[in-house]
Design a protein around this ligand. Structure first.
Ligand code: ATP
Length: 446
C-alpha cells in the first residue's frame, strides 16, 4: 500500500524524474571533473618535472645572469642550441668601475615577473618568475622571489647542466675582476657586478707607503706554509694565522682605493663589513668574520663611526647591536689555521680605543695623508704625461711648478686631498689645473 503510494508520488511524477535526472548529470559531471583534475595532476607528475630556485640561493642570481646573457647574444653566436624570448623584462642596474677609478652604470635586461618560455639543448622549458609582495627579506628589504622551471620528465637531466652552465658563466665573468661581497644575514654575497681591477700604481701614496703595506701583506701570505706545517701547534699556542691593518688619514687620501687595488693585485676579493648595519649583532659578526670566503680581505671602513652610533637610537627604536667588546672578540676569533686579513680605515685615529689598535688586532698602522708635493707631482704626470696634446717637457715643467706650490702651501699649514687633485685634473687642462689649484687648498694659513 505504502509502496504504491510512493510510486504514485515519485515514480509517476515527471518533476521528480527530471530532478533525479539532473542530479545524476550533476554528480556525473563532478566525478568527471575530479577525474580530469586527478588525471591531469597524475599526468603532470609523471610527464613533467619542476625545479624551484629561490632568491635565497646563489643559483638564482646566476640563472638570471645566464638568461640575460642568452637574450642579449645573437642566435648564431650562442654556444649551444638555446633560445630565449620574453616580453616581460625588468632592468637591473650595476655600477662598473673603470681602471682609472671612475665608474659608470650598466644596464642588464632580465626576465621580469611572469611566465616565459625558453629552449635549452632542444628541450622547451616554462619559466615562471614570481615575487612575494607581502613579506620582505629582513636583511636586505628585497622581496622574496622564486623561479620555477618546468619541463618534460625525460629532460630532467638538463636542470643540473643548465645550472652548472650558469655558474660557470658567473665564475668566468669574475675572472680577472675584483669581487666585492657584503654581509647578507650570516652569509657573504657578491655586491653588484665584479669590478675592473684598478692597477696598484694608479693609487699614488707617499714615498714608501704603498711598498710597506704590500710587502707586509705578501710576507704574511708567504708564512701560510709555516702556519700550515704547525697547524696543531698554532692552535695549541693560540697563534692564529691572521693579520690586521689600519689605514688612517683624512678623507679622500686613497685608503679605500688602495685596499681595493691591493686586493686586485693579489687576486683577492673584498668582503665589506658595515658594523652599523641593521640586524648585525655580536654572534652574527663572529660568524661572518670566521667564515669569510677564501682569498678575501675583510674591509671595515670608518671603524670609529660604528661605535659612536652604538648609543644612538633611531626613530623606530633601532639600535645597532654590535658591542665594542663583541667586535673585539670577533676580531680575535677562535684560534684556527684559517688565514684572515682584516683592513680597517678611519679618519679619526684619535677616537679609537687603544684596545682596538693593539698588536694582534692591528699589526700595521699606517698614515695615508693628504697630497705631499711628490704625490701631487706623480699624479699630475700620470694624468697628463701620456697625452699627445702636450709636450713631455711642458708636462715636466708644470709638474715642477705644482710640486713647488704644494710644498709652499704645506709650509703655510694648508693641504689638498688627492681626491681634490684628481677631480681638478679630470675637469681641467694641465696649465689651468696648475694655475687654479691654489683655490682647493684648505686649512688655516700659519
Ligand atoms: N692617493 C690617491 N691616488 C689616486 N687617486 C686617489 C688617491 N686618493 C684618492 N684618490 C681618488 O679619490 C677618490 C676617493 O678616494 P678614496 O675613497 O679611496 O679615499 P679614502 O681615503 O678612502 O676616503 P674616506 O676616508 O673618505 O673613505 C677615488 O676616486 C680615488 O681614485
Amino acid at each position: 500500500m505504502k509502496t504504491e503510494l510512493f510510486n504514485g508520488l515519485v515514480g509517476d511524477n515527471p518533476y521528480f524524474q527530471a530532478g533525479f535526472g539532473l542530479m545524476g548529470v550533476g554528480v556525473g559531471l563532478t566525478v568527471l571533473r575530479q577525474g580530469l583534475i586527478l588525471g591531469s595532476t597524475t599526468l603532470r607528475r609523471r610527464l613533467l618535472v619542476t625545479l624551484e630556485v629561490n632568491n635565497k640561493d646563489r643559483a638564482y642570481e646566476w640563472f638570471l645572469t645566464w638568461l640575460a646573457h642568452n637574450a642579449n647574444t645573437a642566435p648564431q653566436k650562442r654556444a649551444t642550441s638555446r633560445w630565449f624570448r620574453s616580453h616581460q623584462l625588468s632592468v637591473e642596474t650595476a655600477v662598473e668601475q673603470r681602471s682609472n677609478g671612475s665608474s659608470s652604470a650598466i644596464f642588464r635586461l632580465v626576465a621580469g615577473p611572469g611566465t616565459h618560455w625558453l629552449r635549452y639543448q632542444g628541450a622547451w622549458m616554462q619559466m615562471k618568475r614570481e615575487r612575494e609582495t607581502r613579506s620582505m627579506q629582513l636583511m636586505s628589504g628585497n622581496p622574496w622571489e622564486t623561479i620555477t622551471l618546468t619541463t618534460l620528465s625525460r629532460d630532467r637531466d638538463l636542470f643540473p647542466r643548465l645550472l652548472a652552465e650558469a655558474r660557470d658563466l658567473a665564475m668566468k665573468s669574475q675572472q680577472g675582476k675584483l669581487v666585492i661581497r657584503t654581509a647578507w644575514g650570516i652569509e657573504w654575497r657578491p655586491f653588484g657586478q665584479p669590478r675592473q681591477k684598478r692597477p696598484l700604481h694608479s693609487v699614488v701614496l707617499d714615498t714608501g707607503v704603498s711598498e710597506k703595506i704590500e710587502q707586509d701583506v705578501r710576507a704574511f701570505l708567504q708564512r701560510r706554509q709555516w702556519y700550515a706545517d704547525r697547524a696543531t701547534l698554532s692552535v695549541d699556542l693560540g697563534i692564529p694565522y691572521r693579520r690586521g691593518y689600519l689605514l688612517h688619514g683624512p678623507p679622500g687620501s686613497g685608503k679605500t682605493s688602495y685596499i681595493q687595488a691591493l686586493a686586485g693585485a693579489l687576486s683577492y676579493d673584498i668582503c665589506l663589513l658595515n658594523l652599523s648595519e641593521r640586524g648585525l649583532a655580536d654572534d652574527k659578526l663572529i660568524h661572518l668574520l670566521s667564515n669569510a670566503p677564501e682569498r678575501s680581505f675583510i674591509l671595515i671602513e670608518d671603524v670609529d663611526a660604528a661605535f659612536n652610533k652604538r648609543v644612538q637610537t633611531s626613530e623606530d627604536g633601532y639600535q645597532s647591536s654590535v658591542t665594542f667588546s663583541g667586535f673585539l672578540n670577533a676580531l680575535d676569533g677562535v684560534a684556527s689555521g684559517e688565514e684572515r686579513i682584516v683592513f680597517m680605515t678611519t679618519n679619526h685615529i684619535e677616537k679609537l680605543d687603544p684596545a682596538l689598535i693593539r698588536p694582534g688586532r692591528v699589526d700595521l698602522n699606517v698614515l695615508v695623508d693628504d697630497a705631499s708635493p711628490t704625490q701631487a707631482r706623480t699624479l699630475f704626470t700620470r694624468f697628463y704625461g701620456g697625452s699627445d696634446d702636450i709636450h713631455p717637457d711642458v708636462v715636466h715643467r708644470l709638474a715642477d711648478q705644482l710640486e713647488d706650490i704644494v710644498a709652499a702651501e704645506m709650509g703655510n699649514g694648508r693641504r689638498i686631498s688627492m681626491a681634490a687633485l684628481q677631480g681638478l685634473f679630470i675637469r681641467s687642462g694641465a696649465v689651468e689645473a696648475v694655475e687654479s689649484c691654489r683655490n682647493l687648498f684648505v686649512g688655516k694659513q700659519v
